[in-house]
Design a protein around this ligand. Structure first.
Ligand SMILES: Nc1nc2c(c(=O)[nH]1)N[C@H]1C(S)=C(S)[C@@H](COP(=O)(O)OP(=O)(O)OC[C@H]3O[C@@H](n4cnc5c(=O)[nH]c(N)nc54)[C@H](O)[C@@H]3O)O[C@H]1N2
Ligand SMILES: Nc1nc2c(c(=O)[nH]1)N[C@H]1C(S)=C(S)[C@@H](COP(=O)(O)OP(=O)(O)OC[C@H]3O[C@@H](n4cnc5c(=O)[nH]c(N)nc54)[C@H](O)[C@@H]3O)O[C@H]1N2
Ligand code: SF4
Ligand SMILES: [Mo]
Length: 745
């Protein structure tokens, strides 16, 4: 008789080899792994920042417990959150620095890896100038690390070029909110959502990408609120929507202007509010006149009655909330689209009061905190502008340098890759970013990486991009260093250190500080720990829009989060912005902005007659470096699939699970079809969490929004054809096609 499997075997069968933790003498109790301590911290897998308690034993995270008291999620977690703890003990974890050799990577000592990195930085800057070396940061980094990286670029390296992966994410919304309100933060905390009479969700797949937010939406509906969803796909929450607007990809601006047209035509605007608290209304009202319903219906594919209904519901309600995410923003007119939402909010007076307001759903773990304190190419701490002489003078003073020593604003993330491609930038240090998978037009990115004279990466896994590096510095996971994060709501929270980095791996901030010292700039980086960095950040942000002066770890722990701005130690924080209807603009008013229609950078035609749009599935996170290593998540959605409508499938003789080749002007991709009725028949959707021959970004294009510089991930032109099977030479394909790869992937 076969031996019954012990609990551990069942677990490893279920979760894969990553569950490799064994205490020295083996488990004494097969079913219970008692924790030494529970650490209150947050999930790293999205901007919701749900509270979670990590179970720790022998410097390992071995499980989790819900954190019922944390006010945002009350112990609830989504499918990624409950598996979050599994990445730490993964056998792929980098345990020491790696250096490229003729035979691939070899482990190296920290001294060797860092000395080499610094010598290459110096050589490149000496030969080609300071700006020939660029830095990439990331919004999964703690706020302290983002601050440190911004200072490192400007003070230790003296380069103009630092930008971050949030450039692919939050910048269209951020640019628009700054133009309208002078501040880049959600104006409302999520506790406002259940109070709305109408919720308008546009370009956001809340069920899959902000799962805990669905709870707020259901509470709104339980209170009688109406739900409107605008998306080319019927996302899960659409099942319970009162109105669904299935717009054609890339036509949001037309839809929103059409709604404004109806609001103004029917006199549903809030005249008193417009008069007292805003500027620029007349020009926007004038521009709305061209967006009559027949034209808008024609462009968007949405029935005119539905557009009218949506506009009237919002216009007639006392409290409306508009929620948007990347569907609206990943477009060559992402900023215009967001401005159009804000124009509707302003025209109807839906801002600065209970249960009302527009809000953006921030994506990455620290998508909000990571865009506040200087890792953006044009930014100084406190959401100050690097181009503003007063801001330069203030921050230079805090840092102990002269204002003219601060470089001018540099290139954005995709622009950095383009400058690498044309040979202007020669060296790159990338922390917390996997550009080969996440930037558009992956073949171009691969070519660019192959041209670098030096490429260093700080990561805890060997990401696909890291395969192309000369040096990989083994950094730290979320739970291995103390730090602040900021959630989509604007709530500053505390990521408590739970364990030390394993093996020779080091905390990210130690690595950056060590590099600064080796570059001879140690006097500006006298930080022993994240608390020291926070002390300086508080002062550097003081008086800025994102004022953190009143925020300390102790206060955050006590209040379970503090909403910024928080200018003094006795300030309670600011959950809802603009309570007194004072805005952060130069005149204190909210600004209407005229929007301009712009076609997609990759228009459809007879050869490429379909829209390709890309995005996410619930079980995977971003470029997948982390979640593709967690077996229990991989099982839920193992491979990318091309979602297509039954009608389109039939036209091409495709059945569910058949192989299909999707071709754009850049490349083609052969994956299995997922035939679903929940997508427009002229649209193909592919999730982008995979690399190499499964990478959706081989298909996307490099058109950027001119202001935010976000890529147009949501709109490409494509065609499809039935295929017989997967690509025959999967793993080599990218490298063969371009001959450019220095490593794998
Ligand atoms: N499970 C999971 N959750 C995540 C992430 C993840 O990778 N996985 N990532 C996090 C991050 S960083 C982000 S940015 C957020 C992203 O969160 P979302 O923006 O909600 O997710 P996406 O899938 O990128 O796109 C959202 C929706 O836009 C729709 N869409 C496509 N084209 C258009 C268009 O032209 N107009 C409109 N109106 N809609 C369109 C898509 O059909 C999709 O339903 O999710 C966060 N949460
Ligand atoms: N086609 C298409 N492309 C897209 C999108 C889309 O919708 N469609 N969405 C875009 C969006 S919204 C986003 S946010 C980007 C995300 O794109 P990326 O930022 O490239 O994705 P990540 O998977 O977060 O990559 C981060 C890397 O940093 C590492 N990392 C994570 N946390 C830490 C840390 O604390 N320290 C260190 N040192 N390393 C860390 C991870 O292991 C991973 O290798 O992708 C964009 N690309
Ligand atoms: S909603 Fe986001 S933060 Fe919350 S558990 Fe899921 S992935 Fe983690
Ligand atoms: Mo994102």
């Amino acid at each position: 008789m076969a031996k019954a499997p012990v609990a551990e075997e069942i677990l490893s069968e279920k979760f894969g080899p990553h569950l490799n933790y064994k205490p020295p003498g083996g488990w004494t109790d097969e079913s219970v792994h008692p924790a030494e301590k529970l650490v209150k911290t947050h999930c790293c897998f999205c901007g919701q920042q749900c509270g979670i308690q990590l179970k720790v034993r022998e410097n390992r995270v071995i499980g989790f417990e819900p954190w019922e008291e944390f006010p945002f999620n009350h112990g609830m977690l989504c499918p990624k959150g409950v598996k979050r703890y599994l990445q730490g003990n993964h056998p792929d974890r980098l345990l020491s620095p790696l250096m490229r050799s003729d035979q691939g990577f070899r482990p190296a000592s920290w001294d060797e890896a860092l000395s080499f990195t610094v010598s290459r930085m110096r050589e490149i800057q000496k030969k080609y100038g300071k700006d020939a070396f660029a830095i990439y940061g990331g919004a999964s980094l703690s706020t302290e690390k983002s601050y440190l990286l911004g200072k490192f670029a400007r003070v230790a390296l003296g380069t103009r070029h630092i930008d971050y992966n949030g450039r692919l994410c939050m910048v269209s919304a951020g640019t628009a909110y700054k133009l309208a309100f002078g501040i880049d933060r959600s104006p409302i905390p999520w506790s406002e959502i259940p109070k709305a009479e109408v919720l308008f969700v546009i370009g956001a797949n809340i069920g899959d990408c902000a799962p805990i937010t669905t709870d707020y939406i259901w509470r709104c509906r339980d209170n009688g609120g109406k739900l409107i969803v605008a998306d080319p796909r019927m996302t899960p929450i659409t099942r319970n929507a009162d109105l669904y607007l299935p717009l054609r990809p890339g036509t949001d601006l037309a839809l929103l202007m059409g709604m404004l047209y109806v609001i103004l035509r029917d006199g549903l605007q809030d005249r008193e509010f417009i008069e007292q608290y805003t500027t620029g209304f007349d020009a926007v009202a004038e521009s709305a006149k061209q967006w009559d319903l027949p034209r808008v219906a024609e462009m968007t594919g949405v029935p005119p009655e539905s557009i009218e209904k949506a506009a009237r519901w919002i216009g007639k309600s006392k409290r409306a909330i508009m929620m948007h995410a990347r569907g609206l923003e990943h477009q060559s007119k992402g900023v215009e689209n967001c401005l159009a939402v804000l124009n509707i909010a302003l025209a109807t007076g839906n801002i600065g009061r209970d249960g009302a307001g527009p809000t953006m759903i921030t994506g990455q773990g620290n998508g909000q905190g990571g865009r506040e304190h200087g890792q953006k190419c044009d930014q100084l701490p406190g959401q100050r502008s690097l181009a503003d002489p007063a801001a330069r003078e203030y921050v230079a003073g805090v840092w102990g340098i002269q204002p003219d020593e601060l470089p001018q604003p540099g290139y954005t993330a995709e622009e950095i890759m383009e400058a690498i491609h044309r040979g202007e930038i020669k060296g790159l240090l990338s922390t917390c970013f996997n550009p080969l998978v996440s930037l558009p037009d992956a073949n171009f990115t691969r070519e660019a990486l192959s041209k670098l004279e030096f490429f260093g990466v700080i990561d805890f896994f060997l990401s696909e991009t890291a395969h192309h590096a000369d040096v990989v510095l083994a950094g730290s996971l979320h739970e291995e260093e103390d730090g602040l994060g900021c959630s989509a709501e604007g709530r500053v929270i505390h990521w408590q250190k739970s364990i030390d980095p394993p093996g020779e791996a080091r905390c990210d901030s130690d690595i950056i500080i060590d590099l600064a010292h080796r570059l001879g700039r140690g006097e500006y980086f006298r930080f022993e720990n994240p608390a020291d960095i926070l002390e300086e950040l508080r002062i550097a942000s003081r008086g800025g829009v994102a004022d953190y002066y009143g925020i300390t770890y102790e206060r955050v722990d006590k209040q379970m989060g503090i909403f910024w701005p928080c200018p003094s130690l006795d300030h309670p924080g600011t959950p809802r912005l603009f309570v007194d209807r004072k805005f952060y603009t130069h005149d204190g008013k909210a600004h209407f902005n005229v929007t301009e229609w712009r076609p997609s950078g990759d228009p459809i035609n007879d050869e490429y007659p379909l829209f390709l749009t890309t995005g996410r599935v619930v079980s995977q996170y971003l470029s997948g470096t982390q979640t593709r290593r967690i077996g229990a998540l991989v099982d839920q959605y193992p491979e990318p699939r091309a979602e297509i409508h039954p009608r389109l499938a039939e036209q091409h003789g495709i059945k569910d699970s058949d192989w299909v080749t999707v071709t754009t002007r850049r490349d083609d991709l052969t994956i299995q079809a997922m035939v679903v009725k929940t997508i427009r028949p002229d649209t193909v959707f592919i999730p982008y969490h995979w690399a190499g021959i499964r990478s959706a970004n081989r298909l996307t294009h490099r058109t950027l929004d001119p202001r935010s510089k976000i890529p147009e991930f949501k709109v490409s032109a494509c065609r499809i054809a039935r295929a017989n099977g997967p690509d025959p030479s999967p793993d080599d394909r990218g490298a063969h096609k371009n001959g450019a790869s220095r490593g794998g992937a």
